[in-house]
Write a protein that binds this ligand. Structure first.
Ligand SMILES: NC(=O)c1ccc[n+]([C@@H]2O[C@H](COP(=O)([O-])OP(=O)(O)OC[C@H]3O[C@@H](n4cnc5c(N)ncnc54)[C@H](O)[C@@H]3O)[C@@H](O)[C@H]2O)c1
Length: 319
């Protein structure tokens, strides 16, 4: 499906990945580009470059779970394609599990339901590799069982199952993208931040970076512009239509290596603190990306060191 000339909505579009997706979508020349975000974590400043490139960008500060608000926006903007990225992040689900899980579930249910009612045509739903839990086998392809460990992961898995149930029961035109661990400019570095922004922020503040657990736990890191390119590829090909598609690097990196890499790039040679494991932390995480490689010719182009340097530079410039 071409995105050129379409009316496209991005939920969570003022967030980290969502705002980069908006930047990327502008290159597809949509007829109309709309962002919904309640700014719970997202920031309007994340859309500065998008407004520059595409002054007609429409922004609504609304709740993705609100049937009334979102149906009104979809009608008013004649939405055809929805990229559904709004979420409550994993760390929040450790502090406010019931609320976080409900939010994630309710947002997905609302978007599915509005699709069933014909308010848009095509859904690209954003899942998370957290739904796989710790690796039962590696690399973890899309057939890997859903061994969720946190309320965030369980709610994301429930959201995926809802999307699939609407596909099967109501012929909802939906495809699920499943990114692994993402990093890059604009990733939230305040409340509920992920490891890369936290480590960068601590080093900038003259504090020792912290590793939870033994540091041998692994993740699969992708630079955000590679990931949003994968999402657009999924949306614009028929080859992955209706499927689940992992979007990742396929490279396994230990947290120890990651933190030492950031420290080296920032010329920090002080101590690294170790603290006990975080509850629910997955042990091993590495993606099987054969489906993305073969069906959307997905090739991550940003090496970790290069992406980390660009990310660090951004946090320094935006401190
Ligand atoms: N960051 C990662 O490493 C990663 C990895 C795998 C999957 N994902 C998925 O990618 C998507 C985007 O994640 P992100 O890292 O950009 O997160 P983010 O927190 O930066 O962005 C999420 C956005 O959703 C918004 N939001 C929250 N509740 C909302 C609501 N009720 N209505 C409207 N907007 C709401 C927030 O304000 C925020 O701007 C999510 O679906 C997430 O599960 C992220």
């Amino acid at each position: 499906m071409e995105l050129q000339g379409r009316s496209v909505l991005v939920t969570g579009g003022a967030g980290f990945i969502g705002s980069h997706l908006v930047d990327r979508l502008i290159r597809e020349q949509p007829h109309n580009l709309v962002v919904v975000d309640n700014l719970w974590l997202g920031k309007l400043s994340n859309l500065d470059s998008a407004y520059q490139a595409y002054p007609a960008l429409r922004f609504y500060e609304e709740d993705t779970a609100s049937t009334r608000a979102i149906s009104h926006i979809m009608r008013r903007e004649n939405i055809e394609v929805v990229f559904d990225l709004a979420t409550i992040p994993l760390p929040a689900s450790l502090k406010r599990p019931k609320w976080s899980a409900r939010q994630i579930y309710d947002m997905a249910l609302n978007i599915c339901e509005l699709g069933r009612r014909g308010l848009y045509r095509t859904l690209i739903h954003c899942s998370s590799s957290e739904v796989y839990g710790t690796s039962a086998y590696a690399p973890m392809d899309e057939a890997h069982p859903l061994l969720t460990r946190t309320p965030y992961a369980a709610a994301k898995a429930a959201a995926d199952l809802l999307v699939q149930s609407y596909q099967h029961t109501f012929a909802l035109d939906a495809t699920i993208v499943r990114p692994f661990n993402n990093y890059g400019p604009r990733q939230n570095d305040q409340n509920y931040a992920g490891i890369i922004p936290i480590v960068v922020r601590r080093i900038l503040a003259g504090q020792a970076p912290v590793i939870y657990g033994d540091g041998e736990q692994t993740r699969d890191y992708s630079y955000v512009t590679d990931v949003v390119d994968g999402m657009v590829r999924v949306a614009t090909t028929d080859a992955t239509h209706g499927m689940v598609v992992n979007i990742a690097s396929g490279e396994e990196v230990s947290i120890e290596r990651l933190v030492r890499g950031i420290a080296a790039a920032m010329k920090y040679d002080g101590p690294i603190q170790h603290q006990p494991d975080r509850p629910g932390d997955v042990r091993r995480h590495v993606a099987g990306i054969e489906r993305a490689r073969t069906l959307i010719a997905y090739r991550p182009v940003t090496p970790l060191e290069e992406g980390l340097q660009a990310t660090i530079d951004w946090y320094i410039d935006n401190a």
